[in-house]
Design a protein around this ligand. Structure first.
Ligand code: 5GP
Ligand code: ZN
Length: 114
């Protein structure tokens, strides 16, 4: 997907602060962080969202990256939230499957903003 910003980050054509990378996934800091830790974990291959036919090994690699980021930043101790916005009602703006990893502050008890 030549016009996809996250494909550009995955191929290192678009700069990003990369915090983890392996053959299948890459994790980088969100450009507009909403918490002290706000990292995006994406597959290197383009999938539009979690609804797409994402292979099991990619999903396992994404979970591994989430845990790596949590360990490295200490939010495994303090708590964190993983969010995957999917489609219009969820406000998905980048249509390349991604997981937000958010932590480093009290995120509140509710799942959704007031
Ligand atoms: P969504 O709303 O689709 O779940 O989240 C997209 C996220 O991607 C947003 O939090 C936004 O700040 C982030 N984002 C969009 N473009 C870029 C970019 O070029 N670089 C980085 N690092 N983050 C981006
Ligand atoms: Zn893409």
């Amino acid at each position: 997907m030549s016009d996809c910003v996250f494909c550009g980050i995955a191929s290192h054509e678009i700069p990003a602060t990369v915090v983890y990378e392996d053959d299948l996934v890459i994790a980088f800091k969100d450009l507009e962080p909403e918490a002290p830790v706000h990292v995006l974990v994406i597959p290197k291959e383009h999938y539009g969202s979690i609804i797409d036919d994402v292979p099991d090994d990619v999903l396992v690699a994404m979970r591994h990256a989430v845990v790596y980021v949590a360990h490295e930043t200490g939010i495994d101790e303090t708590g964190f939230r993983v969010i995957t916005n999917t489609g219009d009602d969820a406000g998905q703006t980048v249509h390349h499957f991604h997981m937000h990893v958010l932590g480093g502050r009290d995120l509140g008890a509710g799942l959704l903003p007031e």
